[in-house]
Design a protein around this ligand. Structure first.
Ligand code: SF4
Length: 214
């Protein structure tokens, strides 16, 4: 069951990547102007935003990190602990102004890139300067243009994972990445609880953010 479930997450992520690869590397604004996508390796200003994840994606990330060499996985777990402490109860704009970056980021690179959540896969920008400005001055309200197509597709697939969770009677729903990861590593009974449908992630419940506000 465990492998089957992780395979399902991988298959959904692969489906998303395939769809993304079939699209042109550009965004079209409201005036019909075409903007090339600016995202690239080492670019990580968006890794400041609260990320909505499914419970299954948390399980997938956990399995990935636990398979890394011990030193690397311990570093990630330590960063998650520190980030969890640093965000406290903050959400939304408060969270963004706190400047706490995703603890899965190291030296500007996503350490779990292969298994990153759908939300991260879908977030593309056509203007790296705007992303940086938004990250450095969150109160300025800089709007970053995103892909409505990828957003819609990632939401459909997000729901597909949640439907599969319901069918399997595991934990299901939408959670906030840092809080959920922290629980995933602090609670010895997390995996058993997940498959038993226990509310192990209740304290990490999260309504996906409003993309237009970011
Ligand atoms: S999981 Fe990776 S891509 Fe997503 S916010 Fe964290 S570091 Fe960035």
């Amino acid at each position: 069951m465990r492998k089957k479930h992780l395979d399902m997450v991988d298959a959904v992520h692969a489906e998303f990547d395939q769809m993304k690869a079939s699209l042109p590397d550009e965004l079209i604004d409201g005036a019909g102007l075409v903007h090339p996508i600016a995202c690239g390796r080492g670019c990580h200003a968006c890794c400041l935003i609260e990320v909505a994840v499914t419970a299954s994606e948390i399980l997938r990330i956990k399995a990935f990190v636990e398979n890394l060499p011990r030193n690397a996985s311990e570093k990630i777990k330590t960063r998650v602990r520190h980030a969890r402490r640093a965000i406290g109860d903050k959400t939304g704009l408060d969270r963004k102004t706190s400047g706490v970056m995703c603890p899965l980021l190291a030296d500007g690179v996503c350490t779990i890139y292969l298994v990153r959540p759908l939300t991260c896969r879908a977030w593309v920008s056509a203007d790296a300067e705007r992303c940086d400005h938004d990250a450095n001055e969150p109160l300025a309200g800089t709007k970053v243009m995103y892909s409505t197509t990828l957003k819609g597709y990632s939401e459909d697939l997000f729901r597909q994972i949640v439907t599969s969770e319901r069918r399997e009677n595991t934990v299901g729903g939408s959670y906030e990445l840092i809080r959920a990861l922290h629980i995933g590593w602090q609670d010895d009974q997390f995996t058993v609880g997940f498959y038993g449908g226990k509310p192990v992630l209740a304290k990490a419940r999260f309504v996906p953010f409003d993309w237009d506000a970011n």
